[in-house]
Design a protein around this ligand. Structure first.
Ligand code: GDP
Ligand code: ZN
Length: 302
């Protein structure tokens, strides 16, 4: 029998839910695919796989299609480091911050955006709690990101502002959501995914043993088509695989200017004739963005 093609929509301790055209199958991995599993995850949510039917709603994953992109992190494990795949093949990442209460942490947002650039994942910014400030204030906080190529959606999980636009941006795509706590991420996701109580799930999850093998990850289907994944914890998105020298390439407003620096190995921290620092001086690069760059470049915390 021909294998079926499907998308991994949930993983938990060696069990995988695979969404096929004919429905969802509870699958395991064929033994020969498990080589190297002590070094990292073999499959993840967002992977396309080939499955054979075992009957009774069960299936066996026979092959994993090549991954286009992924977000991963290194986690400590008894045998050294373990590469945990947070999500395979995301079409975009939505970063949720609030306009107020709490005030936006641009350093964190800029880190997220750098990770997106590194992995060629389009980034989308959700400026939530827009009901708490005037439109002018909201724009003064987030409009700096528009010329860099990141769309900004001003939203409110309370008033409903921007929910339609956010929904439109998610249709037929696999989107990963991230953001600090308290910004209204769960409130937004609960609006986008009616019938799902994300808070209740998050609570029951943290009472588990907390080992990476027991963590379940899930793609939640949107009624309109497409999927949304919530990233557990912020540390999940770290800069572990980014070299200091490549960092300027992940700031769109610096990328185009570095070739005008006097030194071709310019760090943009102190060198004379630095085109990046000149652009900061001239007000062409936002000082907060430059500060984010210097922090990351020097390996400082956000
Ligand atoms: P999370 O930690 O990011 O998942 O945030 P929650 O969804 O738990 O929301 C944190 C708090 O902010 C709750 O008290 C929500 O009622 C409130 N909240 C969420 N979204 C909004 C919003 O758009 N506007 C306002 N004013 N409050 C919001
Ligand atoms: Zn420079």
């Amino acid at each position: 029998m021909e294998p079926l093609r499907g998308l991994i929509v949930r993983t938990q301790s060696g069990f995988y839910d695979v969404q096929t055209e004919g429905g969802k199958l509870a699958c395991r991995l064929r033994g020969r695919l498990k080589q190297g599993r002590r070094l990292g995850d073999i499959v993840a949510i967002g992977d396309w796989v080939q499955v054979t039917l075992l009957g009774d709603g069960k299936g066996m994953i026979e092959a994993i299609e090549p991954r286009q992109r992924m977000l991963s992190r290194m986690a400590p494990s008894p045998s050294g480091e373990y590469q945990q795949i947070i999500i395979a093949n995301p079409d975009q990442a939505a970063f949720v911050f609030s306009c107020a209460h709490p005030a936006p942490r641009f350093g964190m947002l800029d880190r997220f955006l750098v990770i997106c650039e590194k992995h060629a994942i389009p980034g989308l910014i959700v400026a939530n709690k827009a009901d708490l400030v005037s439109p002018e204030v909201a724009r003064s906080l987030f409009e700096r990101y528009l010329p860099l190529g990141y769309p900004v959606i001003y939203s409110s999980a309370i008033s409903g502002q921007g929910i339609f636009d956010l929904c439109q941006a998610l249709i037929q795509k696999i989107s990963v959501f991230a953001g600090p706590s308290g910004v209204g991420k769960s409130s937004l996701l609960n609006r986008l995914l009616p019938g799902l109580d994300l808070h209740a799930q998050a609570v029951s999850r943290t009472t588990g043993k907390g080992r990476h093998t027991t963590v379940s990850r899930e793609l939640y289907p949107l009624v309109e088509g497409g999927y949304v994944a919530d990233t557990p914890g912020l540390k999940a998105l770290a800069l572990w695989d980014i070299e200091a020298e490549e960092l300027d390439g992940y700031f769109p407003e610096m990328r185009e200017r570095v070739k005008e620096c006097n030194f071709n190995d310019c760090t943009h921290l102190h060198e004379p004739g630095c085109a990046v620092r000149a652009a900061v001086q001239a007000g062409e690069i936002h000082p907060d963005r430059y500060q984010s760059y210097t922090r990351m470049r020097l390996g400082e915390d956000e």
